[in-house]
Design a protein around this ligand. Structure first.
Ligand code: FES
Length: 579
């Protein structure tokens, strides 16, 4: 690695040289069209061409500062002697896209890979942050394997209502339950709407966005400390310019994702995920990202690392504070330094330093927010993997965000066959359930949802909310927002829509959840299970055309990362002929 970084490439070795640097008829067109944009020979000749892939849109509210940031990245690129080109890419947003932006994560990854391949690009700054943009951008860049650096959007400022701090997502669920129970007025609810999203930036709880940007940093794809900086902090603008300067150097050094990604860097990322109490969604995304790098991550690895990693970030939904507090307390660098004995400190990062060099000596400024290994928020990581006859290929739960009494629980199933069925019947007064029931939602997985919508924090029936019940065991093949909480078993695999055992659960069946022993079982005999399987009717295929048809044909199950089967690392794709 060191030898490779010491040798500087020549301009003739740049990928873009084949477009701009040769003297044939096509290169005439390439140069004259650059001049059409007002760029002269000195602007681009012999310089690395840097793509700034920007997932801005008017509906991607978490990225509303990205037009400004793209200009700041360009400033850094110019300063370092590169030629910046901004390229828009699928602006996945968590709030407005239905049925779920998860259905389109792989489309963004494909788009990024092909945008880089078919154009004169030498390296890329990836601009994302809202949940699915981080894995989508990184997966595409990993497959293309050009020098790449990630600029995370940064979290938004704390929410505020009536003198109280509000956290994205987490406090919506919390206060919605109070409203349903009659404890919050319509006027108070409307006031919260004004105060919960106060600035540009992604959700500021330790939801999926904060988790995935922390993972990107731990994997080595960001400048040190990048993932913790609030979106509107002036340090974030300086970070953007720094990304622009650094990517130019990375191209001369030929420092690529394949130089950074190893099994050890993924182990580090999983360890960080557990220590921050990260989103359950991170498991799916990490399996998919590793698959792009040719690394197989088994679900049991997450459980092994979880069991040896204390959760030390005191952040909602598993803890108390928000990302702004995390930043002021030292941010991810300080957290990683606290758990350094659990990390491989020799892994390479985009600045050419090791992760150990990047975090060395980082201080914790508030031990209430970033705790220590000896005084953790929870003795183990934020995620557990369950197996049993209900989830032969695994299921996921976030025990740190659940009521402890429910972590070993057996109860009678109340089954909803899909989301609409649940919405229609959940609040019926005659629904046969009590606080010990186990609520089951079928057909919400990768194909059944489709796209595994974040329905997994299944609602609690209104009649139980009124009795003060705030958590119950809930099981589905859906995902759950990283900002959500509760005893919710998620990602049950294989999913019910393709005939996984979750499809065979019936009202009144007994289901056993045993988190300490990692078990999830439907208490029926093998004969009865086989009989129900034989009676099961396969649903009709959902899509016959368009992206939905491609998705239906090729998406893998949750335990395999929900990537498309033809996008896993493999033989590689040839470079285009430049004719
Ligand atoms: Fe974008 Fe939550 S809506 S991160």
């Amino acid at each position: 690695m060191k030898n490779k970084m010491q040798r500087k490439r020549s301009p003739e070795e740049l990928r873009s040289h084949r477009w701009f640097g040769v003297t044939d008829m096509r290169s005439f067109a390439h140069r004259s069209r650059a001049k059409q944009m007002g760029y002269g020979h000195d602007d681009y000749a012999g310089k690395p061409v840097i793509a700034i892939i920007n997932t801005w849109s008017d509906l991607t509210t978490c990225h509303s500062h990205f037009r400004e940031r793209a200009e700041e990245v360009k400033r850094g690129v110019w300063q370092a002697g590169g030629f910046p080109v901004e390229i828009p890419a699928l602006p996945l947003n968590e709030t407005y896209m239905k049925p779920s932006p998860m259905m389109y994560r792989n489309l963004l990854a494909m788009e990024v890979e092909e945008l880089l391949r078919c154009q004169p690009i030498d390296g890329v700054v990836l601009m994302g942050g809202c949940d699915k943009t981080t894995p989508g951008l990184l997966m595409g860049a990993m497959s293309m394997d050009l020098p790449a650096i990630y600029l995370p959007a940064g979290p938004m400022l704390r929410g505020n209502w009536n003198g109280q701090v509000l956290g994205s997502g987490s406090d919506v669920w919390k206060y919605w339950a109070e409203k349903c129970a009659g404890n919050i007025t319509e006027a108070e609810w409307n006031e919260m709407e004004d105060g919960i999203a106060r600035s540009p930036g992604h959700c500021m709880t330790m939801g999926t966005a904060s988790t995935m940007t922390a993972i990107a940093e731990t994997l080595g794809f960001t400048l040190p400390g990048a993932s913790s900086i609030p979106a509107v902090d002036a340090n974030h603008s300086r970070l953007a310019a720094g990304c622009g300067r650094r990517i130019v150097e990375m191209i001369w050094e030929d420092l690529k994702p394949s130089d950074i990604l190893t099994m050890k860097s993924f182990d580090n990322a999983i360890t960080a995920d557990m220590a921050i109490g990260g989103s359950t969604n991170a498991i799916i995304h990490m399996v998919a990202m590793a698959g792009r790098a040719g690394i197989k991550l088994e679900l049991k690895k997450f459980d092994e690392i979880s069991q040896r990693t204390p959760m030390i970030a005191n952040l909602r939904p598993s803890g108390k504070h928000l990302m702004e507090d995390f930043y002021y307390s030292g941010g991810l660098r300080a957290l990683l330094w606290q758990i350094r004995e659990l990390l491989d400190l020799d892994c390479t990062t985009v600045n050419g330093q090791t992760i150990g060099e990047n975090i060395s000596g980082a201080k914790v400024h508030n031990t209430e927010v970033i705790r220590s290994i000896d005084d953790p928020v929870a003795p183990q990581g934020g995620t557990a993997i369950l197996y049993g006859n209900l989830a032969p290929n695994g299921a996921v739960i976030k025990p740190t965000a659940a009521e402890k009494r429910l972590l070993q629980h057996t109860g009678h199933a109340v089954v909803f066959r899909d989301y609409n069925d649940m919405a229609a019947r959940m609040d019926n007064e005659d629904l046969r359930c009590d606080e010990n029931s186990v609520i089951v939602l079928q057909n919400a997985g990768p194909l059944g949802g489709p796209g595994m919508p974040e329905w997994g924090m299944l609602p609690i029936p209104k009649k139980l909310l009124k009795k003060g019940v705030r958590d119950m065991v809930r099981i589905s093949d859906a995902r759950m927002s990283g900002t959500a909480y509760g005893a919710c078993v998620l990602h049950v695999s294989p999913e019910s829509y393709i005939g996984g055992p979750l499809a065979f659960v019936r009202d009144g069946d007994l289901i056993e959840l045993d988190v300490p022993n990692r078990k999830l079982n439907l208490q029926i005999s093998d004969d009865e299970m086989a009989k129900r399987q034989a009676e099961w009717v396969k649903p009709q295929r959902r899509y016959e055309r368009g992206f939905g048809a491609l998705f239906s044909e090729h998406v893998t199950q949750a335990d395999q990362g929900c990537d498309f089967d033809f996008l896993h690392a493999g033989a590689g794709t040839p470079e285009p002929e430049i004719h």
